[in-house]
Design a protein around this ligand. Structure first.
Ligand code: F0G
Length: 465
């Protein structure tokens, strides 16, 4: 497959190309991001997307079991025998009438793409299989990332299962949810807790990887994003290959939104779908760089001619304000998203938009997703909270068909769940720092303390049931 693909700088003024086997996290010429590009004429693509379904019948082939490599013609950058797969992407698109009611959609209109079902419990495994496959092609022995927790969990798991590369992870000190930290440690990753936040860890890991020749698996790595395209293929598959009106995802480092935009751009180019869905990317108000850039400063992809000076100036002002990301949704506590430009492209391709949601709205949406029978971590619930806003605004109609990506499992961040349901609001605020603008916990389900006494227990049950 490998002679069908190459890497290319996304900046049209540069557009340098590189062999698929080379390792770069940025264009060595101009410093912009790289894409994986395909010579589609040389790839035997199915005539319709439905043809991919035939692979369900042959699940003993690991490439068909994988919810990523089942679609391998759409990411054919690697020979089949180089693919590193751990059974990622066997996830579900679930209709959710209960959450539809909460956000104001008709009961049959909302679908939740439950990426928490991945082996490491988040969508990252879709991308990590791409990065590990490329890393293996390049002969990498050590793979590294900076992470708010899920990338590190995924990297650590791929490293432990494949035995191909030692995992090194940089996390912000005290910044990552317990479930995620436990995974990195349990799977045996070398874990460095940087005295700083994710943005600091991201800057340092890039320096370290350059200095030491270590393979970087953050979403700067274009092969990561190739794998994440498959989340969109599976949403289409779950909808019997009909394109929904909207896809909604949380925005952090903006790898997902970038990958989703590329997936739809290619499917339209290949004539496999007629139109893309509209993409809504949701920031937390405490980590709102994309919202500010797109909705307040109106910067656009502009056919690749992005106003770099305006972004630089925005970041300078952010530093001047000493504006550090802060949100209870720690996975998206990011102020310098590395894939910003690719996300701008995705928004252009999909006629997309960006919204910001408060921590309070995120937490309430999370509780409704859980009570609706799935369960996700705070960042994932940003997509549902954003949807509720967009319905209230009248941008999304109650009749529109919407797919929200639930990026991570509820068990990733058990502390926030337990504290949300059981603490008084003042204690919650105190614990999660006053700067989280939470004034109420709307859907608490408090545990009830009872004595070890049958009579008393029955009395309580009578009162509450
Ligand atoms: N949701 C979850 C659960 C995440 O872990 C992340 C990112 C996002 C959403 C945002 O996705 O970066 O593609 O915009 N987590 C990264 C990490 C940053 O290190 O695990 P994005």
């Amino acid at each position: 497959m490998s002679d069908k693909a190459h890497q290319q700088c996304i900046n049209p003024a540069c557009a340098r190309t590189f062999d698929v086997a080379e390792v770069h996290s940025k264009c060595p010429g101009c410093g912009n991001l790289l894409d994986v590009r395909y010579d589609w004429d040389g790839i035997r693509l199915p005539k319709t997307l439905r043809a991919f379904e035939e692979r369900w019948a042959d699940r003993r082939n690991p490439l068909n079991l994988s919810g990523v490599w089942r679609f391998r013609e759409l990411l054919s950058f690697a020979p089949a025998d180089r693919v590193v797969t751990i059974g990622e992407g066997q996830t579900l698109l679930k209709q959710s009438p209960a959450v539809a009611e909460y956000v104001g959609l008709k009961p049959d209109r909302l679908f939740l793409q439950y990426e928490g079902l991945n082996p490491s419990g988040s969508f990252k495994d879709n991308g990590m299989t791409g990065a590990f496959t490329h890393g293996r092609m390049a002969g990498a022995k050590i793979a590294a990332c900076a992470s708010t927790g899920n990338t590190s969990a995924s990297l650590a798991l791929f490293s432990a299962q494949s035995g191909l590369m030692r995992a090194v992870v940089f996390v912000g000190g005290g910044k990552i949810a317990f479930g995620k930290l436990s995974q990195a440690l349990e799977y045996g990753a070398l874990t460095l807790q940087i005295d700083g936040d994710f943005d600091d860890a991201m800057a340092r890991i890039q320096e370290v990887c350059t200095e030491k020749g270590i393979y970087l698996v953050n979403s700067l790595n274009p092969f990561r994003l190739e794998g994440q395209k498959a989340i969109m293929y599976r949403i289409l598959e779950g909808l019997d290959w009909e394109v929904p009106e909207w896809v909604i995802c949380p925005g952090g480092n903006l790898g997902n939104s970038s990958a989703f935009g590329k997936a739809f751009m290619e499917l339209v180019e290949l004539g496999l779908i007629k139109r893309p869905p509209r993409l809504a990317v949701i920031n937390a108000t405490g980590a709102r760089t994309l919202y500010r850039i797109v909705e307040e400063k109106h910067l656009t992809w502009n056919d690749g001619h992005v106003d770099d000076a305006a972004i630089e100036e925005d970041y300078r002002q952010m530093d001047e304000r000493n504006d550090r990301a802060h949100t209870v949704a720690s996975a998206i506590e990011i102020n310098r998203p590395v894939n910003l430009k690719k996300c701008l492209r995705a928004l252009e391709v999909t006629d997309g938009l960006v919204r910001e949601v408060s921590d309070e709205d995120i937490l309430d949406a999370k509780a409704r997703v859980g009570a609706g029978g799935l369960g996700c971590e705070p960042a994932s619930a940003a997509s549902v909270a954003g949807l509720k806003h967009l319905v209230q605004e009248g941008v999304i109609s109650p009749d529109d068909r919407v797919a929200c990506v639930l990026t991570g499992h509820v068990l990733k961040d058990p502390n926030v769940s337990v504290d949300y349901h059981s603490l008084p609001v003042e204690a919650f605020r105190k614990k999660y720092a006053e700067k989280f603008e939470v004034t109420k916990l709307g859907f608490q389900n408090q545990p009830i303390k009872v004595p070890n006494d049958l009579e008393e227990i029955l009395k309580v049950l009578e009162e509450v049931l």
